[in-house]
Design a protein around this ligand. Structure first.
Ligand code: NDP
Length: 491
């Protein structure tokens, strides 16, 4: 019964006319004329979006772009301009004369609009008065963004409108699909940007360049030669006053459900024909569709919460005593899941994804551990015979551990590390995000089907955790995590 396999909603990702596609990417790219930021007074706008935009403007990458801000507050134009000016300040100081002029020009010409985006017709009325194409950036609480899209209709959107959404994209496969449906009513998928600022363009290209421009890697990049892949994002920051968001999210939703699954996909995909958004996002989607976390979840997942401790010279309270935390929620601050990829290349290789807060050591890396050599000629000594390739993120680095005959006894093998620095971007993460939006390139944006898949992968884990089938462990802030976790290092 093939009908039973049909998903409730089939995304319209490939319904575009062939003339609009070339080399795996969108060829009808048009540059955005107006960037409208909804949520002008919000934290994301002030701390990340405007500084990211400033770098683009100073670098001459946003010439001719108009900036408008909107919010439900009755701000004056001066209040908004002051906000823009203070966020642009740093970029202005570093810029050359042309960059300073471009920054001053945008500051002088930006406008503010008071609008309740959830009220019928208000956002549509605002859009009608802006120069098209407009990128509408929903820097709003997710439920407000959803409501704002629900009250819009396609005919209210000027031609070429882009809709830019912030994570989380739903909270389950069903709600992610609902959001997709709401958006699909308004604009084509290639005009929807689901922002994941975590993976900058340079990092994505660094992974793809390493994997697909080196002949020697591909023959060993599979289950025959790779024992396991670990992807670890540990931070030495604790809650830092973010209880309102974090206490209802936790490490699994905040990091693994979105960012770490994407890194896993980039490490696991087959070589795409092009680094165009269509080919790359198809490849990512294919891998995620093949990915699952196997039950029993007490074996394939672990979760823990930090207790009081010291990170460097900072004293950190018990998570349960942090302001705004409801301890009965049992929110995890450290999560680990083992994901399996059901295909010929990866069957049986564990992809271990781990992320935690308040750890002693900041680690952002993927570690690929190769299988030991089948036979080490007797006579050699001093080696554990597993090569490791480590890709560090932010700054991006590469390290390959190999065993060689070192100085001294020629029969004793020593481990040496070959290392390299990888490419870095001059733009802030949100500068890269905005550059793609302004130029019309959704390469780094999360496609709708992928957002659904990411929730589908973690949903059974979230359910098992809510039901209490996986114990909530404890670790000291500033440590390495619970002592017997194999991924624990340092502290
Ligand atoms: P804030 O609560 O700081 O800001 C929300 C903004 O929404 C305010 O400016 C508020 O404006 C505006 N707003 C709320 N309701 C309405 C409405 N009905 N009409 C018009 N404007 C409205 O949120 P953040 O900036 O922190 O987060 C925004 C989004 O970005 C969220 O989805 C979040 O998950 C995501 N995000 C945030 C990050 C961060 O570091 N802050 C990082 C990554 C993602 P007013 O006061 O005028 O109503």
């Amino acid at each position: 019964n093939l009908g039973a396999l049909t998903p409730t909603w089939v995304p319209d990702f490939h319904q575009l006319s062939p003339t609009r596609w070339h080399a795996g990417t969108v060829t009808n790219k048009t540059t955005v004329k107006t960037l409208l930021i909804l949520g002008a007074s919000g934290d994301l706008t002030g701390r990340l979006l405007l500084p990211g935009l400033a770098r683009l403007v100073a670098g001459g990458m946003a010439d001719g772009l108009k900036l408008a801000g909107a919010g439900s507050d009755p701000w004056t134009a001066e209040q908004w301009t002051d906000r823009v000016r203070s966020a642009f300040d740093d970029a202005g100081k570093d810029a050359d004369a042309a960059g300073r002029e471009a920054i001053a020009d945008m500051e002088a010409n930006t406008e503010y609009h008071q609008v309740d985006v959830t009220a019928d017709g208000q956002l549509a009325g605002l859009l009608a008065g802006l120069e098209a194409p407009v990128a509408v950036y929903f820097a709003l609480p997710p439920h407000v963004s959803q409501k704002a899209c629900e009250v819009l209709t396609a005919d209210q959107l000027p031609p070429g409108t882009r809709l830019v959404l912030e994570k989380p994209f739903g909270s389950s496969p069903e709600s992610a699909e609902d959001l997709n449906k709401t958006l699909a009513r308004l604009v084509p998928e290639e005009h929807i940007y689901r922002v994941d600022h975590f993976l900058g363009k340079a990092t994505v290209l660094n992974i793809l360049g390493l994997r697909f421009a080196n002949r020697f890697l591909e023959p060993v990049w599979n289950r025959d030669h790779i024992e396991k892949v670990e992807i670890i994002f540990d931070e030495d920051l604790a809650l830092e006053g973010r209880a309102r968001y974090y206490d209802t999210a936790g490490a699994l939703r905040d990091m693994i459900q979105s960012h770490l699954l994407h890194i896993m996909a980039l490490l696991a995909i087959d070589a795409p024909a092009t680094i165009g958004e269509r080919d790359l996002r198809d490849a990512i989607s294919t891998i995620l569709r093949a990915s699952t976390v196997e039950a029993p979840y007490a074996k394939s997942t672990r979760r823990a919460r930090y207790a009081a401790g010291t990170i460097g010279d900072r004293k950190v309270p018990d998570y349960a005593e942090e302001a705004g935390v409801d301890p009965s929620r049992n929110t995890e601050t450290l999560a680990e899941v083992e994901v399996g990829i059901e295909n010929w290349r990866w069957k049986g290789v564990p992809f271990i994804l781990r992320s935690g807060k308040a750890l002693g050591l900041m680690r952002k890396e993927a570690i690929i551990t190769f299988r030991p050599v089948p036979h080490l000629p007797s006579g050699f000594e001093g080696v554990d015979a597993s090569n490791q390739l480590r890709i560090g993120f932010g700054p991006d680095t590469l390290q390959l551990d190999v065993d060689v005959n070192g100085p001294g006894d020629i029969f004793t093998l020593d481990r040496v590390t070959l290392d390299a620095e990888l490419s870095a971007s001059d733009l802030l993460p949100y500068g890269e995000v905005l550059e793609g939006i302004i130029k019309g390139d959704p390469l780094l944006s999360v496609r709708g089907d992928t957002a659904v898949e990411c929730w589908r992968i973690v949903e059974p884990v979230l359910k098992a955790w809510t039901e209490g089938s996986v114990p909530l462990e404890e670790y000291d802030a500033g440590g390495a995590g619970p002592a017997d976790w194999p991924t624990a290092v340092g502290g």
